[in-house]
Design a protein around this ligand. Sequence first.
Ligand code: NAI
Length: 330
Amino acid sequence: MRQITLIPGDGIGPEITDAVIKIIGSSGLEIDWDIQTAGSDVAQIEGEPLPSRVINSIKKNKIVLKAPVTTPIGKGFRSVNVALRKKLDLYANLRPCKNLPNIKTRFDNVDIIVVRENTEDLYAGIERQIDENTAESIKIITRGASERIAQFAFDYAVNSGRKEVCAVSKANICKLSDGLFLESVRTIAQKFPDIKYREILIDNLCMQLVQKPEQFDVLVLPNLYGDIVSDLCAGLIGGLGVAQGANIGKDYAVFEPVHGSAPDIAGQDKANPTALLLSAIEMLKYIGEDTYAEKIEKALLKTLSGKVLTADLGGNAKCSEFREEIIKNL
Ligand code: NAI
């Protein structure tokens, strides 16, 4: 039986994980979940939020399904999510944003793939306090990481029948760093004459996305712009409750929703498990379990077209009721 590392996270993490595991189990697919806890509760007991047992499990299983883990703001330990991406060199953050049935948004035809560089930029975490009134954060952009993410974006475009890749930057202001990012993407673009290549500045992109999102296909961005734009794109398709994601490297892949641990609704059986379920569906496709992935996807889409919906989607169903409706539709 296939073993997969499962990180249930905290906040709403355990509730939505429980729903997704039950749905996958009801589909008939048997998975041996290797459950690995991480986060602040773990830090209190084991002395660190991401103990080596978690990394060892991932190194063994290669594939991870992960729910959100809270990161303390301004102080405390560094993000478990960022640490995982670094330790496993998960250099590509993939966030498909496509309209779902029955989820009313301002736009009908959004189908954007956000490819975010995941390892450098301001997330390198190189910061220092110069004096009481001045802090400094260093933005790192390298040719190697930029070419690698560009290659991923173009490969993805080819393999999924996409037509265009658009590189996003602020190279008019960050001439050296974002300039190097653009130069690197251009180098890779030349190897893909069949994929249209285009460039746009991040500020213009934000405006275009909220006016005419249908014009965009695959976007490739440095880390920080990618982080912000992928939440914006999640908003275009109905919000964080339905936005899936994956962090992919050469050896390992971690599938997780875009949203965080939602402490405001945690423990209330209110959370929408769709984003984690869509991430799990992508994971099943990634490991070659297409038949089960399609079966679960069909049941999810049927459920989303019905009336049993969670509050973020305009309904009044609990997470557990929504889960049962999906299981009924399987
Ligand atoms: P958040 O994504 O947790 O919540 C933002 C808003 O969206 C809240 O109103 C929340 O109730 C709602 N929401 C999020 N997911 C939902 C779902 N599945 N169903 C229904 N409503 C949902 O963002 P926030 O509040 O900025 O972050 C909370 C914590 O999560 C922070 O500690 C942050 O660092 C962490 N975080 C972890 C991530 C991860 O593990 N990959 C990603 C993003 C944030």
